[in-house]
Design a binder for this molecule. Sequence first.
Ligand code: AMP
Ligand code: MG
Length: 334
Amino acid sequence: MAAIHQPTTANLRRLARVLAEGGLVAVPTETVYGLAANALEPRACRAIFRAKQRPLSDPLIVHVPSVAAAARLAFLNAEARQLMRAFWPGPLTIVLRKRPLVPAVATAGGPTVAIRCPAHPVMRRLLRLCRLPLAAPSANPFGFISPTTAEHVEAGLGRRIPHIIDGGACHVGVESTIVDLSDPGAPQVLRVGGITAAQIARVLGRPVPVRNQAVVAAGPLRAPGLLTRHYSPRTPLRLHNRISAALLRRAAADEGLILFAAPDPGLPKTAARVTILSRRGSAKEAARRLFAALHKLDRAGLRQLHAELAPETGAGIAVNDRLRRAAAKRRGHE
Ligand code: AMP
Ligand code: MG
């Protein structure tokens, strides 16, 4: 059992000291909960990998309180500054060439570092108190569903970590968008998230291709297929463009359904466990509630889950990306 702390000033001061001494603390951010450690201390970073059982080939995102703090870790370019002005603090991670003080373990040995400036007020206070960049991947065992509440963190990692800060339910609910600007002439989105590729393209004034992790996973750093399956419940999950009235009627007592929006004919009384992500069909609301729905249905001891895809636009792009990875077949050594 981890200790779950309320974000009082006294608690944050104490936990900032824990971080400065090389310890691990699970922290709230606006995207998902993160498992934080001093990004400049290789031993502290290695403890993150151990707790999550994450392969060392999967680099960490480093969280900073400001653009100035980012500039101490990486070489900023004009494009990066434009995106920071537009989207920081917020759910955008930027990959840049690293400076030597960033340890190799945080970047999987590579020449680039992923940096984000989070908007969550509790995380911001903690960053200011500890005056350190914090490496913080999602606070879940590697490959499983990301946590959007302190209680999800406790359920997944409670036996492996000492401290969790309870900052309430995450407002965005899916991980940050990652944009690679290490070659400013060829920006690309590596992961879709809280901010769309179209929003980034508008700020940069040029098209920005999406080359997401399934493709990155085939690169030299990673075993193929390792990252294709991700965000995964233990219960088998099947995806549908629309969950039909027939499936709603047919779903047995041991099946769970995740609907994107309220169904037309209303819910039949016989339906098994049904979660509606957004009654009014808002993709942002669906993103906020997606992982909690997966956590809840995964714990219900069901035989089969079904989920309905969102319209492929705006926040719906990230929702569908996470659903597709959650439903991907187990492959290789995961
Ligand atoms: P997580 O914090 O668990 O959401 O995962 C962080 C993700 O950021 C990794 O899985 C990588 O895909 C990505 N990432 C981190 N650092 C880099 C980097 N230097 N270059 C490309 N992608 C990165
Ligand atoms: Mg993760």
